[in-house]
Design a protein around this ligand. Structure first.
Ligand code: FUC
Length: 762
C-alpha cells in the first residue's frame, strides 16, 4: 500500500532535480531524540514543537562537570612497561593485560557534558489543533512550528544566531492580541531561577547527576538570561515565570555563558542580550541567515528523484525502511550532515562531541564526551570535502589542547618525549589510559587526530597554518620515536601494549584477550603520522635532522600483512576472533580515512580489504550507526557505488531516527557525519594523488549534479552527470597546484593557475 502511494505520488509530482532541504512532521516530538536541533556551534536547542506545553531543551557546549587537570597518570607507570612488553612478546597475553590494568593504567573518574536546562512555553492550546506542522529548514537553519486553533494560526520560529550568540524566537499569530502564554526556565538540578521585569535569569554551578555519580567533581558556573518582548498586550513576572497576555507577537532572546573560558558568565550573557536590543526581528533573522548561508550554500547537491516533499520525513523514512525507493532522502541526509556540522562546530568553539552539542539530562550516554578512537574523528570526515574547512578548526584545537596533559602521560606511562592521548578525552583534555584495557589501553588518540591537522593543509594549501601547527605534528610523532620498540621475532618496530580499538582475540591457550604489541591499526597510524610530519617539514624547509631521523624509522615499521584467508590481519598474529562482526574495522584505517591502501596503488591490499569488510558484514557487522557509516566510505574507496549505497540504505533502515539523527543506539552524531562524508566520497575522491570524479556512483543516483565539493590541492569541483555518465566537470583551482583528473578510464593533466577553471566534457 505504502509503495503504491509513493509510486502514485512520484507519478503526479514527476521526476526532477529538487531542493531536499526540509525535515518536517505532522506531529510534535514526543521524545527528546525526535526533536529538531538548532545551534550556532556553541549554543544549541532541541525544539519539540508541542502546542500546549512546548519544551525547548537547551545546551551550551561548555556545560561540563569537572575542571582542568584533575586527571593523573599513575606515577612512574613506565617502570612496569618493559615487563608488560616482554610478557606480550612471550605470548603471555592474560598476564600482561592484568599488569596493565593493575599497575600501569591511571585512575578512573568521569566528567559529564550536561544539559543547560529547558525553556517551557505554556499555552491553552491543548485541543482542536488543525493544520499542524513542525519543520527544520536546512536552507535557513530555522525551526518552525505552525498550527491553527479556533481559526487562529500560530507560528513559532527559532534559530541559534552565530552573529548574535543567542537563541532567538518569534511567536506570532495571524490575528492581533491572540497570544497568551507563560515562559519558564528550568533545570533538574543546580539552578537558581528568578523572573524580573521582562527577564528570567537562571544560574548555578553544575554538579554530577545520578546516585552513582557522587564522586564526580563539580564543574562550570553558568548563567542563562532570557528576555521576552511582547508587541501589544502585557507582560508580568510571577515567581520564576513570565506571564504574557493578549500580545500580537512575542520575541524571545536567550543567551548563556559559562566560566569555562575564564570570563564572568553573568556579565557576558547579559552583554549578549543587550547587544541584541534595538535590532528588529527581521534584522536578526537576516543576519543569521546570511552568516549561515555563507557556509551552507557553498555546496548544492541534486539528484533526479521523485518530488516527495509533500510527505513528512518520518513517513518517508518509514517507506524506505519498508523497501521503497526515495532517492531524495539521501540528499536531505547529506544536507542535514552539513547543517549539523555548521551548527555544532564553528571556529573558536569546542569540538563537536559524541552528540554534537545536543544532549539531554545530567548523564548523557558516554558522557557525550570526545571518544577519539574513531567517533570524534568521524565527526570531522565531511569537513574538508564538503567545503566547511573552518568548521574543522575546533577539532584541530582539540588536538593542540591535548598537548599539555599528553606530555605528562607520555612521560609517566612511556618515559617518552612528545605527547599522546588514549581512547577518550573531555572538555578538560585528559589523556590518561583508564578503565578496562579493552578500550582504555590504546595510546593512539592524538596520533589519529593528527591526521586531521595534515588533511586541513592538503585541502586548504595554507602554508602559514601549516607553520603554526607543525609543532603539534612534530610532538605527536616524537612520542613514537621514543616509544616504538623492536619486536624480537620480526625485527620490526611496533607499538604496545595496545589494542585494536575495543576488539578482542582468542589466545592460543583459549583465553580472551585485548592487548598485544603492534596491532595493525597502530602501525598504519604511526606510518601515516611519520609520512605527514616528513612531508610538512619538507614543505616548510624546517627541521631537517628530525626529518632524517623519521625517514630512517619508516622502513622499520611493522608492515600491513595479509592473512592465510586473504584478509588484512588485525594483529601481527592470526588469532581466532570471538566477535567476527565487530563494529570497529580498525585494520582498514589505511583504506579510509587513511590512504596507504588504494585500488590504484596497492590493488592486492585493496582486494584483501574488501575480503575483510565482506567477512565483517557476513558476521553481523555494521550494527552501530557509525560502523555502518564507515563501511559506506570503505566501499566508496573501493569504487563500489552499489555497495556504498546498499549500506547507506541499511543505515536508514536500522540506524536512523525519524528526525534523521543517527543512532548507535542511542543517538550518536558520528554516523550522521560519517555517512555525509561517505556520500561525498562516492562522488569525488582526491586521496590518491588525482581528482577522481564519480568514483562510486550508484545506479540510484544515475542523473544529478553537485557543486562546491573540495578536492585536496585546494580545488572546488562542480559536476553534472546523466544516465550514469559524466556530462561535464568544472574544476576551479584556488592555489594553482598541478593535478590529474580521473573519470573512469580517462586521465588528464590539469595545469592551471590560481583562480582559473578547467572544464572537462564528455
Ligand atoms: C566507541 C565505540 C562504541 C561507542 C563509543 C562512544 O568506543 O566502540 O561503540 O560508539 O565509542
Amino acid at each position: 500500500m505504502k509503495k503504491f502511494l509513493i509510486v502514485t505520488i512520484a507519478f503526479f509530482f514527476g521526476m526532477g532535480l529538487f531542493a531536499q532541504d526540509k525535515i518536517w512532521f505532522e506531529q510534535p516530538a514526543y521524545q527528546w531524540d525526535n526533536a529538531l536541533p538548532v545551534g550556532n556551534g556553541r549554543l544549541g536547542a532541541m525544539v519539540f514543537g508541542e502546542t500546549q506545553y512546548e519544551r525547548v531543551q537547551l545546551n551550551e557546549e561548555s556545560v561540563w562537570t569537572g575542571s582542568r587537570y584533575q586527571f593523573t597518570d599513575k606515577n612512574g607507570a613506565y617502570k612496569v612497561l618493559p615487563e608488560i612488553r616482554q610478557l606480550l612478546f612471550d605470548g603471555e597475553y592474560a598476564k600482561a593485560q592484568e599488569l596493565c590494568k593493575n599497575e600501569f593504567m591511571g585512575q578512573e573518574s568521569w566528567n559529564m557534558y550536561q544539559t543547560l536546562g529547558d525553556l517551557y512555553i505554556e499555552t491553552q492550546h491543548g485541543k482542536n489543533i488543525a493544520n499542524y506542522s513542525r519543520e527544520l529548514d536546512l536552507n535557513t537553519a530555522i525551526a518552525r512550528t505552525k498550527y491553527t486553533i479556533d481559526g487562529i494560526t500560530y507560528t513559532r520560529e527559532l534559530f541559534s544566531s552565530n552573529p548574535q550568540q543567542a537563541l532567538i524566537m518569534k511567536i506570532s499569530s495571524d490575528k492581533p492580541k491572540a497570544i497568551n502564554l507563560s515562559l519558564a526556565l528550568k533545570r533538574e538540578k543546580d539552578a537558581n531561577v528568578i523572573a524580573q521585569g521582562n527577564s528570567i535569569f537562571m544560574h548555578g554551578q553544575v554538579t554530577a547527576g545520578g546516585a552513582d555519580m557522587q564522586g564526580v567533581n563539580p564543574g562550570v558556573n553558568y548563567f542563562t538570561a532570557l528576555r521576552a518582548i511582547p508587541f501589544g498586550g502585557e507582560i508580568e513576572p510571577k515567581a520564576d515565570s513570565l506571564i504574557i497576555t493578549n500580545a500580537s507577537e512575542v520575541l524571545i532572546y536567550l543567551t548563556a555563558r559559562t566560566d569555562y573560558w575564564g570570563a564572568n558568565p553573568q556579565t557576558e550573557s547579559i552583554k549578549d542580550i543587550e547587544r541584541i536590543e534595538g535590532m528588529s526581528y527581521e534584522q536578526l533573522k537576516a543576519s543569521h541567515i546570511s552568516d549561515y548561508q555563507a557556509l551552507y550554500k557553498r555546496v548544492n547537491f541534486e539528484i533526479e528523484a521523485a518530488d516527495l516533499s509533500h510527505i513528512p520525513t518520518d513517513k518517508r523514512l518509514e517507506a524506505v525502511k519498508g523497501g521503497n525507493e526515495d532517492h531524495g532522502l539521501a540528499v536531505t541526509y547529506f544536507n542535514f550532515g552539513r547543517y549539523l556540522l555548521i551548527s555544532s562546530s564553528r571556529p573558536g568553539t569546542l569540538a563537536a562531541n559524541l552528540q554534537g552539542i545536543w544532549a539531554d539530562g545530567l548523564t548523557p550516554p558516554w558522557s557525550a564526551d570526545y571518544h577519539i578512537n574513531i567517533n570524534i574523528q568521524m565527526n570531522y570526515w565531511p569537513a574538508e570535502v564538503t567545503n566547511l574547512s573552518e568548521c574543522h578548526l575546533p577539532f584541530i584545537n582539540l588536538m593542540d589542547s591535548l598537548r599539555t596533559h599528553g606530555r605528562e602521560t607520555a612521560r609517566e606511562m612511556y618515559n617518552s618525549r612528545g605527547f599522546c592521548a588514549h581512547f577518550t578525552t573531555d572538555a578538560w583534555y585528559w589523556t590518561t589510559a583508564v578503565g578496562e584495557p579493552e578500550w582504555g589501553m590504546w595510546p593512539m588518540g592524538a596520533a589519529w587526530g593528527s591526521q586531521h591537522i595534515w588533511q586541513h593543509y592538503l585541502f586548504s594549501q595554507d602554508i602559514s597554518y601549516l607553520r603554526r601547527v607543525y609543532p603539534i605534528l612534530k610532538e605527536a610523532s616524537l612520542f613514537f620515536v621514543d616509544y616504538l620498540i623492536e619486536d624480537p621475532k620480526t625485527g620490526y618496530l611496533v607499538t604496545g601494549p595496545s589494542s585494536s580499538p575495543e576488539n578482542k582475540f582468542e589466545t592460543p591457550d583459549g583465553k580472551i584477550s585485548n592487548i598485544t604489541m603492534g596491532p595493525t591499526m597502530d602501525m598504519m597510524i604511526t606510518r601515516e603520522l611519520f609520512d605527514n610530519t616528513i612531508a610538512a617539514s619538507e614543505l616548510l624547509g624546517e627541521d631537517e635532522a628530525y626529518r632524517k631521523e623519521l625517514q630512517k624509522l619508516v622502513p622499520r615499521l611493522s608492515p600491513i600483512q595479509i592473512g592465510g584467508d586473504g584478509r588484512i590481519m588485525e594483529w601481527t598474529e592470526e588469532f581466532k576472533e570471538p566477535e567476527p562482526g565487530h563494529r570497529h574495522i580498525s585494520h582498514l584505517y589505511a583504506l579510509h580515512p587513511g590512504d596507504l591502501i588504494s585500488t590504484t596503488r596497492t590493488p592486492e591490499l585493496a582486494a584483501a580489504a574488501r575480503k575483510t569488510i565482506d567477512y565483517r558484514l557476513a558476521h553481523g557487522g555494521g550494527h552501530t550507526g557509525w560502523s555502518r557509516a564507515w563501511i559506506i566510505n570503505f566501499f566508496a574507496r573501493l569504487g563500489d557505488g552499489e555497495k556504498s549505497y546498499e549500506n547507506l540504505l541499511e543505515l536508514f533502515k536500522h540506524s536512523t531516527l525519524p528526525n534523521l539523527f543517527d543512532v548507535h543506539p542511542p543517538f550518536q552524531i558520528d554516523g550522521n557525519f560519517g555517512a555525509t562524508a561517505g556520500i561525498a566520497e562516492m562522488l569525488l575522491q582526491s586521496h590518491a594523488g588525482e581528482i577522481h570524479i564519480l568514483p562510486a556512483l550508484p545506479q540510484a543516483w544515475s542523473s544529478g549534479k553537485i557543486s562546491g565539493l573540495k578536492a585536496r590541492g585546494n580545488y572546488e569541483v562542480n559536476m553534472e552527470w546523466d544516465n550514469g555518465r559524466l556530462i561535464e566537470v568544472v574544476i576551479k583551482s584556488i592555489s594553482g597546484i598541478p593535478t590529474k583528473l580521473r573519470y573512469k578510464e580517462h586521465l588528464v593533466d590539469v595545469n592551471i593557475s590560481a583562480g582559473e577553471s578547467f572544464t572537462y566534457r564528455l
